[in-house]
Design a binder for this molecule. Structure first.
Ligand code: TXE
Length: 506
């Protein structure tokens, strides 16, 4: 279907009068077929700063017509893009990385403002990884000559495995690490010859828009990357269920992941789900206490505890329990919470008032479940922040390992502390949840660390560290934490279809 340059979709929406980045408040547009275009209805959602509750933009609440137009643009662009050599596609990934790197500080500032996270975190994690993701997959695609091109020799035949593009991919991402996770999907997806429709969270659309601005600037062929803003009902659902979408890569909540799977599976779409977590940090008597307190505090409260990998259950062996608890609470209370734009801030605001209410609900539930609040409450901030979504880092002891607040994902700055006596008990508590994403083990005995890690039913465990990331390793979870793995060659495999050609020798 050729897109009429005057119309981006059948409903006749027209090229968008784009507000420049930085203008206030800013109305965003979709990006379809290489053009910034208006959405096909007049429904909008305010984009609020989590730290102040102020509106600094509006995001389109797109509908079916916009999704249809974006999928059509991706479909029409895919044959030419898929027929490029893998090295040409890797060059495009590097061009995007170079252009993003020029915007490093813009990414950090925009991400911090849009998510409420501290600017230092937005710079060191979000901006850094967004550039690194494109560079990493450019290198890996070159190194593997475009994926697993394996050969299997028989006496009278040669088998050649050819990784082929899947087709049109839907990339649906959440609000906690917006550009970090969007770039983690876009880079391998287009690097392996697919074309994509991105659907970022309606809560944090700003850096997705910056990525489209960057892709437009480098001149990526029209239709290779498209973006439709909107919520789950109006855009996410229609995109997942679209008959011309071949693949869905989703990161978000487990409940929503189930809806995505229900929509995609009957159409046999390729599916990757990276969902919620309820991860355990396991502290043994023989750990290096100072390093462990620092590492467990970071694992508990990075990004205000809004990372699926966060260690929200802290299991402490009896011999070090009292000493650890005192040091841990002191470490938590020493964290600076406040203005995300202040370089010294360590904790920012939660993403939304609704999410704050959800997290507060779990703190109340913990009290009902017998919990004791060792530290928490609300930070005393200036009037400028009175409409922000604020909660002090909260540590709760005295609840059962079976309590709802100790087994359900809270996804905020709230952790529960549990005592254990021996290794088997620690493993049993760690596995006592519907989730299976990640975890960490803290001990001076690395063999014990490896042994305990291997017995925890998750997709990944760190020993004496946390969130130490090698992009070559598989990333994902089991049970209610998801289906499939992305990362390194697992991403190349997910975003391609291996075809075998058997050549019979004479
Ligand atoms: O995520 P959602 P939300 C967890 C965390 C959080 C919960 C919900 O516990 O409280 O998920 O957070 C789009 N079909 N995580 O509401 O709803 C939606 O527009 C297709 C863990 O932000 O999962 C957004 O772009 N798409 C997670 C994306 O899905 C749909 C990180 C994620 O939204 C859809 C974030 C539908 N029916 C939250 N409904 C992690 N694993 O890191 C919504 N969407």
């Amino acid at each position: 279907m050729n897109l009429d340059p005057e119309k981006c979709c059948d409903s006749g929406c027209t090229p968008c009068e784009r507000d420049p980045i930085g203008s206030e408040p800013r109305d965003l547009c979709n990006y379809i077929g290489g053009e910034f275009v208006c959405h096909s209805n007049d429904e909008w959602m305010n984009v609020l700063e989590p730290a102040r509750g102020l509106r600094f933009g509006r995001v389109p609440l797109s509908g079916q017509a916009d999704v249809d137009s974006a999928v059509a643009a991706a479909r029409s662009a895919q044959p030419a893009w898929g027929s490029l050599s893998h090295s040409d596609r890797a060059d495009w990934l590097d061009k995007i990385a170079d252009a993003l790197e020029e915007k490093y500080e813009d990414i950090a500032a925009l991400e911090s403002r849009d998510t409420g996270k501290p600017i230092s975190l937005a710079r060191a994690v979000d901006a850094y990884r967004s550039v690194a993701n494109f560079r990493f997959f450019a290198g890996l695609i070159r190194e593997t000559h475009g994926g697993q091109r394996e050969r299997f020799e028989m006496e009278d035949a040669t088998n050649i495995v050819v990784p082929k593009p899947v087709g049109v991919g839907a990339l649906i991402t959440p609000w906690n690490l917006p550009l970090y996770l969007l770039s983690w999907k876009v880079a391998p997806a287009i690097g392996m010859g697919n074309t994509v429709v991105c659907k970022p969270s309606e809560l944090t659309p700003m850096t997705a828009d910056l990525l489209m601005e960057t892709i437009h600037y480098v001149g990526l062929p029209a239709g290779v990357v498209n973006l439709v803003h909107g919520d789950g009902e109006g855009a996410g659902g229609p995109l997942t269920a679209h008959p011309d979408v071949d693949l869905v890569s989703f990161t978000g909540g487990t409940e929503t992941g189930a809806k995505v799977a229900a929509a995609a599976s009957p159409m046999f779409k390729k599916l990757s789900l990276e969902l919620g977590g309820k991860n355990a940090s396991i502290v043994f008597d023989d750990c290096d206490l100072e390093k462990t307190v620092g590492g467990v505090t970071r694992a508990a409260f990075l990004n205000q505890g809004q990372v699926c990998l966060c260690g929200s259950r802290i299991l402490v062996q009896s011999g070090v329990y009292d000493e650890f608890l005192t040091a841990f609470v002191n470490s938590v209370e020493a964290m600076k919470i406040g203005d995300p734009s202040d370089e010294s801030t360590q904790l920012g605001a939660l993403i939304s008032a609704d999410h704050l209410a959800k997290v507060e609900g779990y703190v109340e539930l913990a009290k009902e479940e017998g919990g004791k609040i060792l530290t928490g409450g609300y930070p005393g901030l200036s009037k400028e922040f009175e409409h922000g979504n604020w909660l002090a880092p909260t540590v709760i002891s005295g609840v059962s390992a079976n309590a709802r607040c100790a087994t359900e994902e809270i996804f905020g700055p709230v952790v529960t502390i549990h005592r254990f006596d021996n290794e088997d008990e620690a493993i049993a508590i760690a596995n006592n949840t519907r989730y299976g994403l990640a975890g960490s083990v803290w001990t001076s005995d690395l063999e014990k660390g490896r042994r305990v890690a291997e017995n925890i039913d998750t997709g990944m465990v760190w020993v004496n560290t946390w969130l130490h990331r090698d992009l070559r390793v598989p990333f994902g979870g089991v049970k209610d934490s998801g289906v499939g793995r992305e990362g390194g060659r697992w991403s190349l495999g997910f975003f391609s279809e291996p075809m075998n050609i058997c050549l019979k020798h004479d």
